[in-house]
Design a protein around this ligand. Structure first.
Ligand code: URA
Length: 233
């Protein structure tokens, strides 16, 4: 790969700024200052920008415990973006795998591997996503039985042409539910409870497929292990 491209892949420099850094003599390859942007570098070469050794990053797979007040959008908006919590180079290349609302907390996966992202989100893969839901009104007795049956048979939400995929509902207390979904429609959990005359007060995603948030505190993130990445193949 050309040296200027290598620099732009491994740092936050654009190709233009990489060329300027080269011109200033800030880059060494195997200990020698190199100024030519077109010089070829390969895996065996040790490239430093000033004192920093540069390493090509491969595809990245990250789990974040999203706090409230952070959005899953790629574009800058009113709120800080989930990618801004990840202290890695080239975070702009990462995309969230599905989205959580700004006020929803919990597990978000981020990656620059589009095919993997598709495997995790595709409803056909039946990858369950588990949410803890705090409700405004208690849900118990006959109303609960009706809700469990209604969610299990597939609710037709306002504005949708097809019913949603069957979802699993379990109550932990009369106002705390655990809901398992197999797809991710816009505001799906809030709309489902709205459809049975209730309201979601707080929403937290605890797991996606075989991955659970374990000990990550709000705002913390970690890279997935190879086995965790492979679990969605
Ligand atoms: N359903 C919602 O209503 N909001 C979320 O953030 C996720 C699922």
């Amino acid at each position: 790969m050309r040296l200027d491209r290598f620099l732009s892949e491994t740092t936050d420099l654009t190709r233009g700024l990489a060329k300027k850094a080269l011109h200033r003599g800030e880059v060494t390859v195997n200990g020698e200052v190199v100024k030519q942007p077109a010089q070829h570098v390969g895996e065996q070469d040790r490239v430093h920008l000033e004192e920093e050794l540069l390493v090509l990053v491969g595809l990245r797979y990250i789990m974040l415990n999203k706090p409230a007040g952070v959005e899953c959008s790629a574009r800058r908006g009113l709120y800080p973006r989930a990618i801004e919590l990840i202290e890695l180079p080239k975070v702009e290349r990462l995309q969230t795998v599905g989205r959580l609302d700004v006020d929803t907390t919990g597990m978000v996966l981020l990656t620059d591997d589009g095919q993997w992202s598709h495997r995790v989100t595709s409803p056909r893969k039946r990858c369950g996503k588990v949410y803890r839901v705090s409700l405004a009104e208690p849900l118990e007795g006959e109303a609960l039985e009706n809700a469990v049956a209604y969610f299990a048979e597939g609710v037709l939400l306002d504005g949708e042409e097809k019913p949603i995929r069957p979802a699993g509902l379990t109550m932990l207390t009369p106002v705390d539910a655990e809901l398992t979904l197999y797809e991710g429609k816009y505001h799906q959990v809030k709309r489902m409870f709205g459809a049975i005359g209730n309201r979601v007060e707080a929403l937290h995603r605890v797991s996606i497929g075989p991955l659970s948030l374990d000990e990550l505190a709000p705002g913390e993130w970690r890279e997935l292990t190879d086995a965790e990445v492979a679990a969605f193949s």
